[in-house]
Design a protein around this ligand. Structure first.
Ligand code: GLN
Length: 253
């Protein structure tokens, strides 16, 4: 049994973020892997050690602010689980909350969990639109498509990006970096939702979650025709012809 935790689904769920949990669960179920999903919000108790995959979505500054104090109370358990290899996908607002802080347009500092070395500050204009990044998935260079809409601009310190921006803005619109990757934590600005139309990434998350449980095996291939067509619909608009292959990712570190 793979145990999924959806953090703050009632507060952080922009642009279909919930679809990430649905895609993760469905791709397990299609292969006969049983999955349980637990939704955890403000004041609920949680033991991160009991979970294999944690998803946290994006939200407005207001919602991030509401969550920050609650998340902070979970800091030690969360940090420990991350160090022990818990698989996490954090999108946009959820991503920002895992860093040092987020300085909003109103000059307010929303504290982050500080589990990774990056900061976010609001820019003068919102970064909005479709995005294509290139990232390494199990040694293969894969293009991943999504949609971004954020005012926060993220700058990485001593941590690795998730991918390189091929089209769109990503972390800050300036350094061509997108997201953060640390141990089994995947942070990204890509809504859309991300996982349904990027099945290689979804399967990678499933694989490492299974491996960590000692249930590692080669995943049964699925027919990804619809998923790939959804991805290509965006990619083609931005001038890309193929999902896999292409240049090697060059990021920080
Ligand atoms: N409120 C944050 C920002 O504007 C996150 C937005 C989001 O999750 N899409 O940067």
């Amino acid at each position: 049994m793979i145990s999924v935790c959806h953090l703050y689904p009632d507060l952080l769920n922009l642009y279909g973020d919930r679809g990430n949990v649905i895609a993760f669960r469905r791709r397990c179920q299609w292969r006969g892997i049983p999955v349980s999903v637990r939704e955890i919000s403000l004041y609920d108790t949680i033991d991160f050690k009991e979970h294999d995959f944690v998803f946290i979505g994006g939200g407005s500054d207001r919602e991030q602010n509401l969550i920050a104090a609650d998340l902070m109370k979970r800091k030690e358990g969360f940090k420990e689980a991350i160090e022990e290899g818990l698989v996490i996908l954090a999108i946009c607002g959820g991503y920002q909350l895992l860093g040092q802080y987020y300085l909003t347009r109103d000059g307010e500092t929303i504290p982050g969990l500080g589990v990774m070395d990056f900061i976010t500050r609001a820019g003068d204009k919102r970064l909005v639109g479709n995005v294509v990044i290139e990232m390494d998935i199990g040694g293969l260079s894969v293009k991943v498509a999504g949609f971004e809409n954020h005012s926060g601009q993220t700058y990485l310190g001593d941590c690795m990006p998730l991918g390189k921006v091929l089209s769109g803005n990503g972390n800050n619109g300036a350094d061509s970096l997108e997201g953060v990757r640390y141990k089994n934590v995947f942070c990204s600005y890509l809504h859309g939702p991300l996982l349904p139309k990027n099945p290689r990434l979804t399967d990678h998350l499933i694989s490492i979650a299974l491996e960590r449980r000692g249930m590692g095996c080669k995943l049964t291939p699925l027919d990804d025709n619809f998923e790939d067509r959804a991805c290509m619909a965006i990619m083609r608009r931005l001038g890309f012809k193929k999902i896999t292959g292409g240049s090697k990712m060059q990021g920080k570190k």
